[in-house]
Design a protein around this ligand. Sequence first.
Ligand code: FES
Length: 127
Amino acid sequence: MDRDNYITRAYVMDLYNNPHNHGKIDDYDFFLKGKNPLCGDRITIYIKINKDIIEDISFESEGCIISSVSSSILTDEVKGRSISEIKKNLKFSDIEDKLLIKLSSSREKCARLSFDTFLSILNDNNL
Ligand code: FES
């Protein structure tokens, strides 16, 4: 294994074993359950909002390593940002770039699970 692959693998395994923002926020304002239709894996995202700011966000998942690690990355990425700015600027490639892994189309569905679920919370609730 070359050095870059080793570093990527160590980074991904660390996020998988020590996920960021994992669990349920006690006083969340919105939540949504998402499902990957290809495998049936699920995620729940909870968000707490203060005015236009994502004050807190967390997730619970029953999914693969890619979906779990992507959820940590997504929640780190949006926490503390304004919803209006997120809706204008957040792209899936922001998450994909930080994942450091080239994704096949089926693995992209895994990585998109938290991203799509998060955007659905915003859209479904006219945030
Ligand atoms: Fe189900 Fe990745 S295999 S979310």
